[in-house]
Design a binder for this molecule. Structure first.
Ligand SMILES: C[S@@+](CC[C@H](N)C(=O)[O-])C[C@H]1O[C@@H](n2cnc3c(N)ncnc32)[C@H](O)[C@@H]1O
Ligand code: SF4
Ligand code: SF4
Length: 322
């Protein structure tokens, strides 16, 4: 199995989305990854790749990852080691041709966040014109990618919420027309901005209708070339949330293939346990330390289980990307 490393490199952002704790409207500490340590760790990833031949994907996340000045040099470095590079972005800074060229050169995928059409996206993201701007940037990037003969994937991640879930299929048709290759989705989560969540969370009826249609929708779009990710297990997690049921996880193979790294340099088996099961990146000095990290995370879960494991929302555990 390959390895996926989601690395939150900055908590800075340039948007004020109403559902997100990194919104510029939220007063909070905003750290970014330490340059020297991040560079050293990328080097260890390169050693691991060379020694084991494992497929690896490093995915930058934020805040807004394109506000982190190292994103291109470090992506180029990882790409040079044969590691796949991805990022999830609000897409606003991807309007410059030089940046677009660098992205096409060294990324294997770019995930744009777009939460439905203007009538939802621009309202919940509190930025009129975001939908248009991102649509334009996707089209330009897709054209450049094709001209360069690159196989970089362009994806969209969309948050399903009360005001956009009913137009999901129409939205997917639009994305396909734009040149998007793949679609992923999150249910609206509520821990960061509870006031927004209560008014906008998915209703049980909406999720039941969505889940019933989903296999057919996924199949039909798949046949026409747009991959929509999401497994039955993933839909079941969303159904459970809409019914206010919890979902305890007995075994998640912590750290076996997935790591989350935060801006303070802590590795954990998921973004929810960044501080409870933290392992300092400075502990990772050679390829052998990857197996040690897994043992450490298993021990953490066995000896001092986090409350998050009794109601786990970590999308990778539910095959969001299947
Ligand atoms: C935190 S953002 C960081 C990357 C970048 N700034 C962006 O907007 O894509 C990563 C992803 O989390 C999603 N997200 C943020 N808040 C969320 C919430 N409350 N529920 C579900 N997804 C959320 C965003 O839509 C985005 O796709
Ligand atoms: S969703 Fe992304 S763009 Fe919006 S506030 Fe959060 S981090 Fe910033
Ligand atoms: S919250 Fe979920 S993914 Fe994270 S350690 Fe617990 S069970 Fe595993």
């Amino acid at each position: 199995m390959g390895r996926v490393i989601v690395w939150r490199v900055t908590q800075n952002c340039n948007m004020k989305c109403r559902f997100c704790s990194y919104s510029t409207e939220v007063e909070r500490v905003r750290g970014s990854a330490d340059d020297t340590e991040a560079e050293r760790l990328c080097g260890v990833f390169g050693d691991y790749k060379r020694q084991t031949g494992t497929d690896m994907l490093v995915s930058w996340i934020g805040g807004e990852p394109f506000l982190w000045k190292n994103i291109i040099p470090f992506s180029e470095m990882l790409h040079g080691y044969g590691i796949n590079v991805s990022t999830t972005t609000n897409g606003l800074l991807l309007d410059r041709i030089e940046l677009q060229r660098s992205v096409v050169d060294c990324f294997s995928e770019v995930v744009f966040s777009l939460d439905g059409f203007e009538d939802c996206n621009d309202i919940v993201r509190q930025q009129y014109g975001h939908f248009e701007e991102v649509s334009r940037n996707i089209r330009t990037l897709a054209k450049l990618r094709d001209e360069c003969g690159s196989d970089m994937k362009i994806k969209v991640n969309t948050i399903l919420m009360r005001r956009n879930i009913d137009r999901f299929e129409e939205f997917c048709s639009y994305l396909q027309w734009l040149g998007v290759d793949e679609v992923t989705f999150n249910q609206l989560g509520g821990f960061d901005r509870p006031e927004f969540f209560e008014e906008n969370r998915l209703t049980r009826g909406q999720v039941e209708t969505f889940a019933e249609r989903f296999p057919k929708v996924k199949k039909l779009f798949g046949e026409s070339g747009l991959i929509i990710h999401g497994s039955e297990k993933y839909l079941d997690r969303i159904l459970k949330t809409s019914r206010k049921e919890t979902n305890p996880i007995a075994e998640c193979d912590p750290g076996a293939w997935f790591w989350f790294i935060n801006e303070s340099g802590f590795i954990s088996p998921c973004s929810y346990t960044s501080y409870e099961y933290k392992l300092d990146t400075r502990e990772i000095r050679s390829a052998e330390d990857f197996a040690r990290a897994e043992t450490y995370f298993r021990q953490c879960r066995a000896e001092r289980r986090s409350k998050w494991c009794d109601d786990c929302y970590c999308t990778q555990v539910y095959d969001k990307f299947e």
